[in-house]
Design a protein around this ligand. Structure first.
Ligand code: AMP
Length: 461
């Protein structure tokens, strides 16, 4: 086993490693750090959780500690796809350079231009940025990239997903071709190969397996249910999630709940809050101050459930998540690995629960192929399927099928509150025109197929 001392890092960087509490280098660090110290370009194929951030921050600190920054001319640039990831890289830098005089600026959206400009004006050694914000500063003439000696591209595959590749190419062209480039990506899509072929010079390729935790330390489970109807699937899923959280109450220390769409993150947040569940949410459209605040509270244990989209949560270092819930099965199998990689970290065991509907079968097959294990599946009863009771109010929308897919032929009826549970308050009469009223709780929208106007669906539970 290699030690940090054998990687060629200078004494002051080694003492930063020691105070960070790291033991031995991770495989990506053991392979990348010596090559980076030699000035080589690197393609690092590694995911979050492998220690990849330190594999570029440590050699950068070592390489940049000689020399001084000049106004508006950063000596190095690190590009990250999201604000949170950029902020996390900055945290790593602060940790790894605490005993040096290196200066750093973080250029991310949602933070005042003025403060960022003042830093650049003073001269920075390390500029950590999201691509859009970096180009904004460049276009305003406040920043020159002609002094960049080292450029890092982190999570390039995510940059590709987010449409940042043209920005990255532009930034590459604004930096001197003599720069050293450290390029990290979890996967090597053809477009990523093309970029590395064009902008990297004789790179060393280092590749490490995804963090083993995904397979070894995590109990996976898929809870399958069949929605009564397509338009009520979202609402029924929310009820299922609440039931699961209730069932697991004593076991869930904290959890991230992933949705595939930002809009659904918002709706789920409202719904869970309405049910008195302690939660917060992050996604890419939320204001930076809100995201930072929510994330801080979640880290400190002041929020128990974090509802998140993939982009917002990718790479976040939250070491103590006990459970990951996939409210939606991710459409890309590799997102499953990223999501569930939030749990089962640092020697802890973790739990990943996915709620699946029949249409998710192919996605689950793809996940199983990728992670190489079979995900245990359990059919669960749809809480909306209530047993038939007397009366003649059977409705077409209430016909349900059993989890096996075979129609059971039962007619489930919209729930009626048992006597004595009804509110004592006099019923409030909604005097708005019928079309403007929201459907009451548990009341299905009948006869409109999937063409239900949005305002009717606004009743969130
Ligand atoms: P990363 O893959 O860069 O997101 O790192 C994941 C986590 O591993 C972070 O909390 C790092 O602080 C931690 N870490 C990085 N390198 C080491 C190491 N050599 N030993 C122990 N922990 C590490």
């Amino acid at each position: 086993m290699t030690t940090f001392a054998e990687l060629g890092l200078p004494t002051e960087t080694l003492s930063a490693v020691e105070s960070a509490g790291y033991g031995d280098p991770t495989p990506i660090q053991a392979q990348a750090i010596p090559c980076a110290l030699e000035g080589r370009d690197i393609i690092g194929i590694a995911q979050t959780g492998t220690g990849k951030t330190a594999s570029f921050t440590l050699p950068m600190v070592a390489l940049l500690s000689k020399g001084r920054a000049r106004a508006r001319l950063p000596r190095s640039v690190v590009l990250a796809p999201t604000r949170e990831l950029a902020a996390q890289v900055a945290e790593n830098f602060t940790l790894h350079s605490f005993n040096t005089k290196l200066s750093m600026a973080l250029l991310i959206g949602g933070v005042s231009f003025k403060e960022q400009l003042a830093r650049i004006e003073n001269g920075v050694d390390v500029l950590i940025a999201t691509p859009g914000r970096l180009l904004d500063h460049f276009e305003r003439g406040k920043l020159l990239l002609s002094g960049v000696q080292i450029m890092v591209v982190d999570e390039a595959d995510r940059m590709l997903d987010m449409g940042f590749i043209p920005d990255i190419e532009r930034i590459f062209k604004l930096t001197p071709f003599t720069r050293q480039t450290l390029f990290f990506s979890a996967t090597m899509a053809p477009e990523i190969e093309r970029i590395t072929g064009e902008f990297l010079s004789n790179p060393v390729r280092v590749e490490v397996a995804p963090p083993a935790s995904t397979v070894d330390k995590i109990s996976h489970e898929v809870k399958q249910f069949k929605p009564t109807r397509k338009i009520s699937a979202f609402k029924e899923k929310r009820a299922i999630l609440r039931n699961l959280l209730e069932e697991l109450d004593g076991k869930v220390e904290n959890a991230i709940i992933f949705c595939n769409r930002k809009n659904d993150v918002d709706i789920l947040l409202k719904s869970m809050s309405k049910h008195g569940i302690d939660c917060g949410a992050i996604h890419g459209d939320l204001d930076q101050s809100i995201r930072t605040n929510v994330l801080g509270k979640f880290r400190e244990g002041r929020i128990r459930y974090l509802i998140a989209s993939d982009v917002a949560a990718r790479g976040l270092d939250i070491p103590t998540v006990s459970h990951v819930f996939n409210f939606d099965v991710p459409t890309r199998a590799e997102d499953y690995v990223h999501r569930t990689g939030r749990t089962g970290r640092a020697g802890r065991s973790g739990f990943a629960l996915s709620i699946a509907t029949p249409g998710d079968g192919k996605l689950i097959d793809a996940i199983e192929d990728l992670v190489g294990i079979e995900l245990p599946r359990e059919e669960i009863k749809n809480p909306s399927m209530r047993p038939a009771s007397g009366g003649s109010a059977g409705r077409e929308d209430a016909r349900v099928e059993g989890p096996s897919g075979a129609a059971e032929g039962k007619i489930a009826r919209a729930s009626k509150k048992p006597a004595g549970v009804a509110s004592k308050k006099p019923k409030k009469v909604d005097r708005r025109p019928a079309a403007a009223r929201e459907p009451a709780r548990d009341e299905a929208v009948v006869g409109m197929g999937s063409h239900v106007p949005a305002f009717l669906l606004r009743s969130i539970q």
